[in-house]
Design a protein around this ligand. Structure first.
Ligand code: EPU
Length: 431
């Protein structure tokens, strides 16, 4: 079983290159099957979730070729099945993006119900409502979501909740529907905008992505494209917080600073310095961290995917902080692990963490409960005194490429170990 072995206490210093955004790459890859022509997608992160999606696309006849580590060439001209149900696809959330993509193109799709991180109930009613509004039938049977339509017709859809996944799915299907679709209360996340830009580069007519009203004029056909995925806001944010908790000085390179404003604002509030240069941000943490309050919100608010990382920092700050999770109902499971490291945090009502800052963490044997919490626990290990061992790091591999190697590049003492012997060797090496 793979684990991370960490010796904490080193300030992280240096530069780190941020990769393509997982949550943009997944819908873009799914949407690439919507044309019979070849699509070239660059800056695809080499993480487990993108690999699983690509394998599932191959299982229905999509041709996938890698041109280097981050460029993927996709051709969806010879799809032979509209049923996506291989074992792996059930484990990722983005499996359902193939529903919107295939429904739009073929007016038929069956896809295994989505998995993803266990961070609370993850309903799909808004996806279903959107597909039905476009004229599709949707049923859930035998663990599959099945959808079909004679014709898809544009519609005026009001989303009851701002959902990234539902906005993306409906946008894909509506792109190849007849007539005009308006999505109200649409999600505004950067990856929603990236997908709209990608679809437009294939000949779609989508306006307003990034605002809460998206207008789509259906087109009959899409064509090939050559597209580069945006940088990963959450990977960048995670390294920014790695600087904060280790009292370090880190430059995140190849980022879009606009996407990092809510994260940077909180780092400033807790006493870090931030310097912006073109597509880089430098985070310097030379002073003791201060407490603050934070509530997760849809973009441009503070992202739920950064909630565990900021909690790890606030648990080391002076005073009392309150973190409120407003997107998912069960996203504080990692707090029990942080408590093993000496944190003083109480979770109330499932959505509020009350944090009394402590002077430091002590290394412990802990386990990652999901992707972002896993990364945050690694940051705690890097900030802590002594050795931390993190189990279940397969979650982290879902969304962070070369996480430990990038951290090593900043001076972290972290290694991926595969056995007790390797762990003992690490302990001997770091002393
Ligand atoms: N919701 C509904 N009905 C729906 C859809 C969503 O009630 O039909 C609710 C959810 O239960 C949740 C809220 O709406 O409470 C927001 O869910 P959303 O649909 O926006 O999230 P998602 O599409 O399932 C994506 C990311 C998540 C990220 C959220 C919020 C992907 C593959 N996943 O999930 O990323 O936390 O948006 O920004 O894009 C991660 O990368 O670690 C991750 C969990």
């Amino acid at each position: 079983m793979e684990q991370y072995a960490i010796k904490g206490g080193n300030p992280l210093v240096g530069e780190v290159e941020i990769g393509g955004a997982k949550n943009a790459a997944l819908p873009v890859l799914a949407a690439s099957v919507m044309t019979d022509e070849t699509v070239y997608i660059d800056n695809v992160p080499d993480v487990r979730d993108t690999k699983v999606l690509l394998q599932s696309m191959e299982s229905i006849g999509v041709q996938v070729r890698h041109d280097g580590r981050h460029k993927v060439v996709v051709n969806g001209g010879q799809i032979h099945s509209l049923v996506v149900e291989d074992e792996n696809i059930k484990k990722i959330r983005a499996s359902y993006y193939l529903l919107g993509a295939l429904l739009g193109k073929y007016k038929y799709a069956e896809v295994a119900l989505p998995g993803g991180c266990d961070i609370g109930c993850r309903a799909i009613d808004q996806h279903i409502k959107g597909f039905r509004a476009l004229g599709a039938e949707v049923v859930i049977e035998h663990g599959l979501i099945k959808t079909k339509a004679e014709h898809l017709t544009g519609s005026h859809i009001y989303m009851d909740i701002s959902s990234v996944g539902a906005t993306i799915n409906v946008m894909m299907a509506a792109t190849l529907a007849e007539g005009r679709t308006i999505i109200e209360n649409a999600a505004k996340e950067p990856h929603v905008v990236d997908l709209a830009n990608f679809l437009n580069s294939m000949g779609a007519d989508i306006k307003g992505a990034g605002t809460d009203v998206i207008r789509i004029r259906g087109v009959s056909k899409l064509h090939g494209s050559d597209y580069t995925i945006i940088p990963d806001q959450i990977e960048a944010g995670t390294f920014m917080f790695a600087a904060a908790v280790t009292k370090g000085d880190v430059v995140v390179k190849n980022v879009i600073p606009k996407h990092l404003e809510s994260i940077g604002a909180k780092l400033l509030e807790i006493g870090c310095e931030i310097k912006e240069e073109d597509d880089c941000l430098r985070v310097v943490a030379s002073k003791p961290l201060m407490h603050t309050h934070v509530k997760t919100l849809p973009y441009p608010g503070f992202p739920t995917d950064m909630q565990p990382q900021i909690t790890v920092a606030l648990a080391l700050s002076r005073g009392t902080s309150i973190v409120t999770e407003s997107i998912f109902e069960n996203r504080f499971k990692y707090v029990d692990e942080l408590i093993k490291m000496g944190a003083n945090i109480k979770v109330e009502g499932g959505d509020t963490a009350i944090i009394e800052g402590v002077p430091g963490y002590t290394g412990a044997h802990i386990a990652a409960p999901d992707l972002r919490a896993g990364a945050a626990l690694v940051l705690a290990g890097l900030a802590g005194e002594g050795i931390t061992v993190v189990d279940d790091i397969h979650y982290i591999a879902r969304g962070y490429e070369d996480f430990h190697l990038k951290l090593q590049g900043l001076g972290a003492q972290i290694e991926l170990v595969n056995s007790d012997r390797e762990l003992q060797k690490f302990k001997l090496k770091v002393g």
